[in-house]
Design a protein. Structure first.
Length: 252
């Protein structure tokens, strides 16, 4: 069974802890003692608030479920400790120099960086963009005012531009765009909409290229305890962990 060190004891961490199937959480880390203790109690793991001590615990892979800042701060150290890492806060990889450094260290150490599919579907075949031309590539995301933590009485577009520009203005809403960018091997155009009549996070992907064209629409149920987080994102991490040691690999 895969043993996991969980980096981040928030909403996603609790969902992962409640659904340990095919893996076991043996250690959890958070800068806040209370959060670490609560999740350790829920998962049967050891609690740590010192990262260096966390890395001395017995586990095979780290799941980062904290923040873009945490991925930046701890990602390289995890790989150099001889462990694979699952990066949920994939927005951290929009920093090209950091991404290149992380990949270089992973290659040097013979380790893997796993990016879950997160809040969208279709990343497997979007990867054909790495070897085949894409002519149009757009992500249109629509969220409620509560999810975006802003006020609005009407549907309106609040951002239009490239994924790497979005992170500067809406750093908590870039994981999907960065996952698409990494999958396709080219940057996705992004539209971010707020809609007071929308009760779900909706992602629409429009892609055209040499292969043909596709349209993917995903309406995510928000996580029960955090409306800004997609429940599907948590499920995608669970699915990844469940299949890590499966000899049958499905999808491109």
């Amino acid at each position: 069974m895969i043993t996991v060190g969980l980096l981040g004891c928030g909403n996603i961490g609790h969902i992962i802890a409640k659904n340990q199937k095919g893996f076991s959480i043996t250690a959890v880390y958070d800068q806040i003692q209370k959060r670490a203790d609560e999740l350790a109690s829920a998962s049967g793991a050891l609690a740590f608030t010192d990262f260096t001590s966390f890395l001395t615990a017995d586990f095979e892979i780290v799941v980062e479920a904290a923040s873009v800042a945490a991925a930046h701060e701890y990602g390289e150290a995890v790989l150099r400790s001889g462990r694979n890492i699952v990066v949920m806060s994939v927005g951290a990889l929009s920093d090209a120099s950091f991404c290149d450094s992380l990949v270089s260290i992973a290659r040097e150490m013979g380790k893997k960086i796993y990016i879950p599919s997160g809040a969208v579907m279709g990343l497997d075949n979007i990867k054909v963009g790495q070897i085949s031309g894409i002519t149009n590539f757009l992500l249109r995301t629509t969220k409620s005012p509560a999810s975006l933590r802003i006020e609005s009485t009407e549907r309106r577009m609040i951002f239009s531009g490239k994924a790497n520009e979005c992170i500067r203005n809406y750093p908590k809403n870039v994981n999907v765009s960065e996952a698409l960018t990494l999958a396709a091997g080219r940057e996705v155009d992004v539209e971010l909409w707020v809609d007071p009549d929308e009760d779900r996070n909706t992602h629409e992907i429009f892609i055209e290229g040499e292969f043909g064209d596709a349209y993917i629409r995903v309406r995510n149920v928000p996580s029960p305890d955090n409306p800004s987080t997609s429940y599907l994102a948590a499920l995608s991490i669970l699915t990844l962990l469940h299949n890590l040691d499966n000899p049958l690999v499905i999808g491109t």
